[in-house]
Write a protein that binds this ligand. Structure first.
Ligand code: NAD
Ligand code: TYD
Length: 366
């Protein structure tokens, strides 16, 4: 685990929270975030996780924490669009901070079926903002987790800064852009204490295998085709998930109210290079694997419509103000990630077979 850094420049006072509402805490980044802050010995408060448990929400991502921190961890299966139930949670659990991860998060799904993206990402965020406004006597901070995709696509050069104009290409990024604007508007209009972070592509344990890195790892392990969109030359900036969690936590504790912070890995990679690197690590893990060399499984497939060419992040604001930099390199992060998917066969099998969804239905209903 990455050790939490201090606010090395001493900018701003450290906020302290007793009861943090984490939305989407059963998803990839939300579950890693809950694990990350429970490991911060300076945090002694409670985490209240509100998650609708869509296909991307898997209670097995945090089942170890439920037992370990059972007096400090509370789960509610709730839709962030439900004003009454989320409002009751805010009151009953004396919520003093919101860290808002819940979202529909996959670009390809947003192209096929945008409806849920508008509902959850825009209406859901609006709902949470209204509730935070209503309960502003108790809410010290509303942190909104967003993406670098709101800025659109870069050409061959340049970096996204916090002042890059928004120019989203997909229904996903457009819905996140809308939610960012709503958060900014609530700060400007109602004085709501907010912070926003716009982060690049994450990878690491517990990521649902629809996103590039876990999909390629699991397909390669299963000897299946490794689909690369277009010519594979699109570029993403990659960040190991605990580095993202650390940055969000630093911003929540010491970020300036009303500010946006970019988060990135200074780690630009062409998609084809990411896929080749995964293949090469897998070839080395088991030299006798019948699927070696895994590169032979690569297939160039039809490109994604509106496919952004390049993302790259200037995160010097976060670095200069809060002293945050990523701990993991792409090599160390990817090794850890591949190792995690290789070792966690039960999680992988239950996700691949959909067994985790049956468990959710049995415990919580449809
Ligand atoms: P994810 O898809 O893995 O998880 C989303 C979680 O939100 C799931 O647990 C799901 O059940 C829950 N959820 C969805 N709709 C809900 C609703 N209406 N009410 C309550 N819960 C709901 O997503 P992720 O990759 O963990 O992303 C988390 C956040 O981080 C998102 O806001 C995303 O835009 C942002 N982000 C992601 C990345 C990335 O690379 N994954 C990068 C930058 C920012
Ligand atoms: P993805 O993980 O879906 O994240 P995002 O679209 O939010 O950046 O995709 C990362 C990159 O990988 C993106 O350029 C699309 C590409 N890609 C493939 O080439 N093949 C795939 O099967 C997937 C899922 C993505």
């Amino acid at each position: 685990m990455v050790p939490l850094k201090k606010n090395s420049l001493g900018v701003g006072t450290m906020r302290q929270f007793n009861n943090i509402l984490v939305t989407g805490g059963c998803g990839f980044i939300g579950s890693n975030f809950i694990r990350f802050i429970f490991e911060d010995s300076e945090f002694s408060g409670r985490i209240i996780n509100a998650d609708k448990l869509t296909y991307a929400g898997n209670p097995e991502n945090i089942e170890d924490l439920e037992n370990k921190f059972n007096h400090r961890y509370f789960f509610f299966r709730e839709d962030i669009c439900n004003k009454k139930t989320i409002g009751d949670i805010i009151k009953k659990m004396k919520i003093d901070a919101v860290c808002h991860f819940a979202a529909e998060s996959h670009v390809d799904r947003s192209i096929a079926e945008p409806d849920a993206f508008i509902k959850t990402n825009i209406n859901g965020t609006f709902n949470l903002l209204e509730l935070a406004r209503k309960h502003r006597d108790q809410i010290k901070l509303f942190h909104h987790v967003s993406t670098d995709e709101v800025y659109g696509s870069l050409g061959e050069t340049g970096l996204f800064t916090e002042t890059t104009p928004y120019c989203p290409s997909s229904p996903y990024s457009a819905s996140k852009a809308a939610s960012d604007h709503l958060v900014q508007a609530y700060a400007a209009t109602y004085g709501l204490p907010v912070t926003i972070s716009n982060c690049s592509n994450n990878y690491g344990p517990y990521q649902f295998p629809e996103k590039l890195i876990p999909l390629i790892i699991l397909n390669a392990l299963g000897g299946k085709c490794l689909p690369v969109y277009g010519d594979g030359k699109n570029i993403r900036d990659w960040l190991y998930v605990t580095d993202h969690c650390c940055a969000v936590w630093e911003i929540m504790k010491a970020g300036r109210t009303g500010e946006t912070y970019n988060i990135g890995g200074r780690c630009e990679k062409k998609n084809i290079d990411v896929v080749n690197t995964i293949c090469s690590i897998l070839n080395d893990i088991d030299p006798d694997d019948k699927n070696n060399p895994h590169e032979k499984l690569i297939e160039f497939v039809k490109d994604r419509p509106g496919h952004d060419l390049r993302y790259a992040i200037d995160f010097s604001k976060l670095e200069n103000e809060l002293g945050w930099t990523p701990e993991e390199t792409f090599e160390t992060g990817l090794e850890k990630t591949i190792r995690w998917y290789v070792d966690n066969t039960r999680w992988v099998e239950r996700v691949k077979s959909g067994e985790y969804l049956k468990w959710v239905e049995m415990h919580y209903g449809k």
